[in-house]
Ligand binder design. Sequence first.
Ligand SMILES: Cc1cc2nc3c(=O)[nH]c(=O)nc-3n(C[C@H](O)[C@H](O)[C@H](O)COP(=O)(O)OP(=O)(O)OC[C@H]3O[C@@H](n4cnc5c(N)ncnc54)[C@H](O)[C@@H]3O)c2cc1C
Ligand code: FES
Length: 363
Amino acid sequence: MTALARTRIDEVALRLADTVAWLTTPLLPDDYLGLINPLWSSRKLRGRVEAVQPETNDAVSLTVRPGRGWIAHRAGQFIGVGVDVDGVRHWRTYSLSSAPECADGRVTITVKAVPGGIVSPYLVHRTKPGTVIGLTRPEGRFVLPQPVPSRLLFVTAGSGITPVMGMLRSLVWSGEMPDVILLHSAPTREEVIFGAELRRLASQVPNLRLHEHYTRSGCRLSLAQVPDLVPDWCRRGVWVCGPTAMLQEAETRWREAGIPDRLHVEHFRPAVAASTGGAGGRVRFLSSGQRADADGATPLLVVGEDAGVLMPSGCRMGICYSCTGRLRSGRVRDLRSGREYGEEGELVQTCVSAAAGPVEIEL
Ligand SMILES: Cc1cc2nc3c(=O)[nH]c(=O)nc-3n(C[C@H](O)[C@H](O)[C@H](O)COP(=O)(O)OP(=O)(O)OC[C@H]3O[C@@H](n4cnc5c(N)ncnc54)[C@H](O)[C@@H]3O)c2cc1C
Ligand code: FES
């Protein structure tokens, strides 16, 4: 069936649903529609994977058609993706790598498989066209302002290129490319995600310069090299996405240069405070009846998952509040700040909180 035919059927079905709502009470037509086509449900936002495009040996781009309830994104934003792996639903966060201007109603995410991970290897190696996945709406502030600054610097490493690729594609689409320098780091030339497209753009788009850095043949890309590579670096708006160490180094350098407001960073993992790692304790998950011994540095989310508790989660880095549980006793430590907290009845973000002594939590 063509995409156009499918869109027409979708429109007719949704109009029909509105018309017959009164006939189907107390169940809503939405319940029936969700059974016929998961993308028609307005209660649960879902998407169908329509294409799987290999990018490197361990990274793919998934083209997804979002269902009812989707809203347009801004280049650089991320979404939540829910998949069932071995019968358990897991949620993770992925940046949108497609330009919002693509008018065919589809978006792409680009996923690099993390060795030993649950969701990313599933998305990279086991996901086929036709797979239906859970989605959350786009959000995030790692976006370009309007008007776009006349000089931009992007610094990325590994899969950190994905939100920046969305921005570059959007700038190309707009036909108004400012002066852009992209410093990108990957283990080898072959492992550069979007390598062929980036090199083609750099050779065709006059204002776009690309500097690739390969870590396997030398050392990691240090931000100390930026002034040599980009002499006017402190006059540029800067967007950085990569490993935590790179982001922390960027924050220090731009702060010391007195221009922290020019720097925008996107974390793929929570930044853990150096002061964390105190004593842990025994954790009782009251609703599921499970117990586990936790150290003072492991998020309660991971402690619970390892103990077989069905733990709700989303971004896994303190953004979305999908993972909260109510504290019944004990205290926890916020791994981002090292701060200890916890009153009886307080909601705890389990993805960024570790046990600070014995803990009882409603989960
Ligand atoms: C805002 C945001 C945007 C993101 N965008 C992308 C994206 O565009 N593409 C992409 O591939 N990923 C992206 N991520 C990371 C993604 O959400 C997952 O964390 C990643 O895919 C690993 O999930 P997993 O289930 O495979 O690993 P898990 O099962 O969660 O973890 C397995 C092990 O890998 C470690 N780990 C977790 N995440 C990473 C990581 N990113 N790098 C190295 N080790 C890790 C864990 O500490 C753990 O030890 C983004 C994350 C955030 C918060
Ligand atoms: S999973 Fe998003 S805040 Fe914890």
